[in-house]
Write a protein that binds this ligand. Structure first.
Ligand code: 16G
Length: 245
């Protein structure tokens, strides 16, 4: 690592210079994705700076998603997911989308259970006041990179046992013959606030896409009302346009 010259070269706080050297090492491939970062003490000795300086530089890179801390095992270089290009005209599931790209998905559950619907959910799903809904709130992660926070709401008829949904919601719906065939999706820009920013590993205020999907069965009945927050720095939504008749 080209850290020897930190003390001498240029003005500015040391931790920023260290941050920049580490970032360059990551981007140039000197530090490979998945590599463990040397221990804080070793880095401090090597770069001839204090451990506080090392910690600040590393904190910065963790916040920006280049490094990840794993409890008990150290700090690692994150494999960058190049931008995800997502079609706006195909009704697919997150799990399928990522599998097609060869990425493994996992979820951190934020909420999973049966609830009385909020007025919003009741109206959108067209449910009577005494109905129950399954809420499935997840941080969605592909190959260790958190990409989105999704909060799905479906009638309990279709997902009577939310705890049995361990991976894909759409495959659970398929099992109850209720996989949607059509959806309306609304996308708007937002700034990501906490706690979402921390979960997604982005800076507070970073650009996000807030997406609402209402999906339907062939009968016209609403199946799903999902509110999602996607990272603006990783997603490109692409639609094909045609000239109106
Ligand atoms: C997508 C959908 C979401 C749906 C989920 C099902 C968007 C913005 N959202 O992420 O509405 O609930 O797929 O994925 O595309 P799953 O079957 O992997 O749970």
């Amino acid at each position: 690592l080209p850290l020897e010259s930190l003390q001498s070269g240029g003005a500015g706080p040391l931790y920023l210079k260290l941050r920049q050297s580490l970032e360059e090492a990551i981007l140039s491939g000197k530090l490979n994705h998945g590599d463990a970062l040397p221990a804080e003490r070793d880095l401090a000795d090597y770069a001839n700076v204090s451990r506080v300086t090392v910690r600040k530089a590393v904190d910065d890179l963790v916040r920006d998603g280049l490094l990840v801390r794993r409890h008990g095992s150290g700090t690692f270089v994150v494999r960058p997911v190049s931008r995800v290009e997502q079609s706006l005209s195909r009704l697919t599931s997150f799990t399928e989308d990522m599998a097609r790209r060869g990425l493994n998905t996992r979820a951190e559950w934020l909420e999973r259970g049966l609830f009385h619907p909020s007025p919003d959910e009741m109206m959108t799903l067209g449910l009577p006041a005494d109905a129950l809904v399954a809420r499935l709130g997840r941080l969605r992660i592909a190959d260790d990179m958190p990409l989105a926070i999704e909060r799905a709401c479906v009638s309990a008829e279709f997902v009577p046992d939310p705890l049995a949904v361990t991976s894909s919601l759409y495959s659970a719906l398929e099992k109850s013959q209720a996989r949607p065939v059509r959806a309306v999706q609304r996308i708007s820009a937002c700034n990501i606030k906490n706690p979402d920013a921390t979960m997604l590993g982005v800076a507070v205020g970073a650009a996000g896409l807030s997406i609402e999907r209402v999906s339907y069965l062939a009968s016209g009945r609403v199946v799903e009302f999902t509110r999602s927050l996607y990272r603006g720095d990783t997603y490109d939504f692409v639609a094909e346009l045609t000239i109106p008749e």
